[in-house]
Design a protein around this ligand. Structure first.
Ligand code: KIV
Length: 270
């Protein structure tokens, strides 16, 4: 098994991995069965992302998912994960009003789910909030570059950090680092800029659409393993085609039921 060598991955391992040049693997997870498989596979970090709004709940954006919905999903993941660090997204509307609101939401998530850390979108403008959560004893992963909760303000899923945006990205990364985050997700950022930010900050960068030189990589599992049969972003590599396998299996089952060939005698009680 590659990646972080630890029985239980903790935030300090992210600093060690960065120092040693050991790539950190991360995937999203929103249920117990996927969490236990990814955990067994040695994935270092499982993110209960608010992308659950899209890939679990079928919504167009992440904006509508609630803290209550995130908690149900996160509980299932923490119960199943034995080794991976479990991080839960603070959903839109649950932290922006004040650092106090963010601390209250984070405390609730930590108490009710058993997660190990929270993730929050935003850079310079969220530094005080990140600091307040960290001061409450809760590890924080930042998220800068394209931040889906601001997709209407950003004008859609647009690459961030190009041209003069590179300076903003660097300022955001430094602010998240200075506020005490243990890692930061860089989403949809030119590879060279992500590499530069990765060299310049002391906390681990986890890339999604940020090229090969970040300290770790994360993908939404339904995209990476092909359960999502729709169009995916350029940065997604498809490692499996679960959507087609499931479609074939469901069709075969439907045919078997129609033909009364399921269940057979050995699948029935005497
Ligand atoms: O919610 C999510 O899945 C995320 C990843 C894209 C990093 O934030």
């Amino acid at each position: 098994m590659s990646g972080i060598s630890a029985k239980r991955v903790r935030t300090r391992h992210f600093f060690e991995a960065k120092a040693a040049g050991t790539p950190i693997s991360a995937l999203t997870s929103y249920d117990a069965l996927s969490a236990s498989i990814f955990d067994e596979a040695g994935i270092d970090m499982l993110l209960v992302g608010d992308s659950a709004a899209n890939v679990v709940l079928g919504r167009d954006t992440t904006l509508s998912i609630t803290v209550d919905e995130m908690i149900v999903l996160a509980k299932a993941v923490t119960l199943a994960a034995r080794r991976a660090l479990v991080v839960v997204d603070l959903p839109f509307g649950s932290y922006e009003a004040s650092p106090q609101q963010a601390v209250a939401t984070s405390v609730r998530i930590m108490k009710e789910t058993g997660a190990h850390a929270v993730k929050i979108e935003g850079g310079v403008e969220r530094a005080d909030t990140i600091r307040a959560i960290v001061d409450a004893g809760i590890p924080v992963c930042g998220h800068i570059g394209f931040t889906p909760q601001s997709e209407h303000a950003l004008g859609g899923p647009v690459i961030q950090g190009r041209g003069s945006g590179a300076d903003k990205l660097t300022r955001d990364a430094r602010a998240v680092e200075a506020a005490g985050a243990f890692a930061v997700v860089l989403e949809m950022v030119p590879a060279q800029i992500a590499a530069k930010v990765t060299r310049e900050i002391s906390i681990a960068t986890i890339g999604i659409g940020a090229g090969p030189d970040t300290d770790g990589q994360i993908l939404v599992w339904q995209d990476a393993f092909g359960l999502n049969r729709g169009k995916t972003a350029r940065f997604v590599r498809k490692y499996a085609d679960l959507g087609t396998s499931l479609l074939d299996a469901a069709r075969t089952y439907a045919d078997d039921v129609s033909a009364r060939s399921f269940p057979a005698a050995e699948e029935s009680y005497e």
